[in-house]
Design a protein around this ligand. Structure first.
Ligand code: ZN
Length: 282
């Protein structure tokens, strides 16, 4: 079964319709839609929603997952006003995912320090931790009602905030129902932080419900999102460990940085060919 998917994050230079065209043209059966401009930067309702959904279906695609807005939108908000605002945005997007027929919503548990006041103050990591708990307690019931799952992603920030690895995220999600809260491993982010991909996949274990597959060349945020095999990740180990833990979720490629002289269409096509060559599409 072809359980591959491609993220519209690969096409931040064009609108959602053109992005969907390419995802379908290169052969992916599923798509991860981005909840930011120029893609789904606001919730569609009514006729706009119907038109969008028939456009997806007419391309032979399925919206499998959605990436919630990110940037300032996160669970780990460090003050109440900020938290109230982001919980409301995420609440709305969880309902939007359900309208789109998707199963899983990617959410960034912690903020990039660039968005945090007093980002490096000694008390900030604890405020982030608290924000994550309060926001999860507010949003997991929303996912439950909507019949979808929230997946928390490991992020590539060099700071002392909690929840940057699967090892730390796993005990956070364990007490919540697995149908409505899971983990998504971002393979490039693992590489940026210098962690071991095999260990991280094993730490997520049965709570792993999503993937952001891409390669990484260095240890800085931004050296990732390369096509598979174009960085230092060992793809045999990576894919082998997903099999080993009996991973059942989608294989979602989140490649967005083309090689020199390559277009984003060619990157999508290269990535599709990788999936075909690795037997991921049978
Ligand atoms: Zn990601």
């Amino acid at each position: 079964m072809d359980n591959t998917s491609y993220s519209t994050a690969g096409f931040s230079d064009r609108g959602i319709d053109q992005a969907l065209d390419i995802v379908a043209d290169v052969g992916f059966p599923q798509v991860e839609v981005s909840g930011r401009q120029p893609h789904l930067g606001s919730r569609l309702t009514g006729n706009e929603l119907s038109v969008f959904l028939s456009g997806v279906a007419s391309r032979g695609l399925k919206v499998r997952t959605m990436h919630a807005p990110s940037g300032r939108t996160t669970l780990g908000t460090t003050d109440q006003d900020w938290r109230k605002q982001e919980i409301a945005i995420l609440h709305d997007y969880i309902l939007f995912l359900s309208d789109l027929g998707g199963t899983d919503m990617v959410i960034h548990p912690i903020p990039n320090p660039i968005f945090v006041e007093n980002a490096y103050a000694p008390e900030t990591p604890e405020l982030v931790r608290e924000g994550v708990s309060i926001s999860l307690d507010a949003l997991v019931p929303v996912a439950q009602q909507a019949g979808v799952r929230i997946n928390l992603e490991n992020l590539p920030y060099h700071c002392d905030y909690p929840y940057r690895t699967m090892a730390e995220l796993r005990p956070l999600v364990d007490p919540y129902p697995s149908e409505h809260l899971g983990l998504i491993i971002d393979t490039g982010h693992v590489g940026v932080l210098g962690n071991e991909i095999v260990d991280e996949i094993r730490s997520a274990g049965p709570r792993l419900s999503g993937t952001h597959l891409h390669d990484v060349e260095g240890s800085e945020d931004g050296t990732d999102h390369r096509g598979p095999t174009r960085g230092f990740l060992d793809w045999d180990d990576l894919l082998g460990t997903l099999k080993e833990i009996d991973y059942q979720g989608p294989y979602t490629f989140e490649t967005s940085i083309p090689a020199a002289d390559e277009t984003s269409e060619q990157l999508a096509s290269f990535t599709r060919q990788f999936a075909v060559d690795r037997g991921m599409t049978d």
